[in-house]
Design a protein around this ligand. Structure first.
Ligand code: FAD
Length: 396
């Protein structure tokens, strides 16, 4: 068995035996899935994409996306938060390896990440990835970040606010995207990406998180008041986030697998519900043989296969400087998966009927979680549509 099959098998077992049984409680209480993270840590998954020479499992982007979708099948909250951690490792790992750097930058980056990765692999450090700010333009990729980092003697001082920071209060480090202060006009090309420790003086967490779906992500507000970090806290050299966003665009598609998993789960639920196979659900009834229900299920399957085909193709095309057609396909994939995940959940409720919406079953949670996919910047369905339309017509 190759590595990815083995890891998918571990994910499936953890999901089926532990994450799914715990999911309703995390959702009901809006509680972070701490116990799931202990299981992921014990399975070595915190270092999933960390390169092998740094003690990780060295899993590729595409294989991580497959694992993330499997996680999403069992628990959306766990998959989405785990993505914040894992994509932080991916950006500073395999993605950074593809980016051009000077020799000094490369040496410094390797030194920084060897310390950061040791903390993850040996001490189980968990990373959050707060880039969203109350003014969404920066997270949408249309303006510099409002959070500022000022270079000072021996490091940086950070001031600003982030919102929707998943893993709030449950991460050891927060990977914060900031604009380097001092230039005449703030510019996205001056973005610095800094890891702030949970107990750094001046760092605090605010607000509540009582929301529709993805309730266990605990995505609260962060305040940085003159927070000091050392230069070694840089997760990427100055300016390289900007370059990554431009030249490694699939870096923003890692939120999509969670919702691919939810789409699969909605379809699986529908078939098993109608066949009368689910604990707590009614036995199979007339609906199983109804041509109308069969037609609806066939349509769901067609949508799922369409999303799946695009998803598998797009993750295999993720690379440094992809062709324009590959980048546009990534937008189309994000759009399709985020929107179809919710459409499939909506259809599943209509097809299964009233007794399927009780909270002892998972469908109503899938439905609420699935709606959140379209809210995720920078690649919301609206932004994907904007780019697909404009760039398809630009003719280059
Ligand atoms: C469950 C969940 C977890 C999240 N976790 C994280 C996380 O860990 N880290 C993180 O950084 N963020 C996270 N986010 C935040 C997310 O990516 C968005 O930044 C946030 O939802 C934006 O809030 P808003 O839609 O109210 O923004 P608003 O600015 O009020 O936007 C209103 C609407 O306009 C759209 N919009 C905004 N700006 C533009 C633009 N320039 N062009 C076109 N359309 C635009 C928005 O997509 C939205 O539809 C999370 C969100 C959710 C729902």
């Amino acid at each position: 068995m190759d590595q990815i099959e083995e890891l998918l098998g571990v994910t499936r077992e953890l999901g089926r035996d532990r994450f799914l049984p715990r999911a309703a409680e995390y959702d009901r209480d809006g509680r972070f899935p701490t116990e799931n993270y202990a299981d992921l840590r014990d399975a070595g998954f915190l270092g999933l994409v960390i390169p092998r020479e740094y003690g990780g499992l060295g899993v590729s982007y595409a294989d991580y996306a497959r694992i993330s979708a499997e996680l999403g099948f069992w628990c959306g909250t766990t998959a989405l938060t785990f993505n914040m951690h894992t994509s932080s490792m991916l950006w500073s790992g395999a993605l950074a390896d593809d980016l051009p750097m000077t020799e000094t930058q490369r040496r410094q980056h390797n030194e920084n990440r060897s310390r950061i990765y040791a903390g993850v692999v040996e001490a189980g450090h968990i990373f959050a990835q707060p880039f969203s700010e109350p003014n969404s333009a920066a997270a949408a990729g249309k303006a510099p970040f409002g959070t500022e980092a000022t270079a000072v003697e021996g490091g940086f001082r950070i001031s600003g606010r982030k919102h929707f920071a998943s893993l709030s209060g449950h991460a050891d480090y927060y990977g914060v995207l900031c604009t380097l202060a001092g230039a005449e006009a703030p510019s996205a090309s001056n973005t610095v990406y800094l890891a702030v420790a949970k107990d750094a003086p001046g760092f605090s967490i605010h607000g509540d998180w009582d929301v529709l779906g993805m309730r266990g992500t605990v995505s609260r507000n962060l305040l940085f008041e003159d927070v000091f970090v050392e230069p070694g806290a840089q997760l990427l050299p100055t300016g390289l986030y900007y370059q990554a966003a431009r030249d490694w665009p699939h870096m923003f598609m890692t939120l999509c697998p969670t919702y691919m998993g939810i789409a699969r789960a909605a379809f699986d639920f529908t078939c098993r519900y109608l066949r009368g196979e689910l604990d707590g659900a009614p036995p199979a009834g007339a609906a199983l043989h109804s041509p109308t229900k069969q037609y609806a299920v066939a349509n769901m399957r067609i949508k799922l296969e369409q999303a799946e085909a695009l998803f598998q193709r797009a993750i295999s095309e993720a690379r440094f400087q992809p062709a324009k057609s590959q980048r546009l396909r990534a937008y189309a994939t994000q759009y399709t998966v985020m929107e179809y995940a919710n459409e499939l959940c909506r259809e599943a409720i209509r097809v299964c009927g009233g007794r399927a919406i009780f909270k002892n079953l998972r469908l109503e949670r899938l439905y609420r979680d699935s709606r959140c996919g379209s809210l995720m910047l920078p690649w919301t369905p609206d932004i994907c549509i904007e780019r697909l339309g404009a760039e398809s017509l630009s003719g280059e």
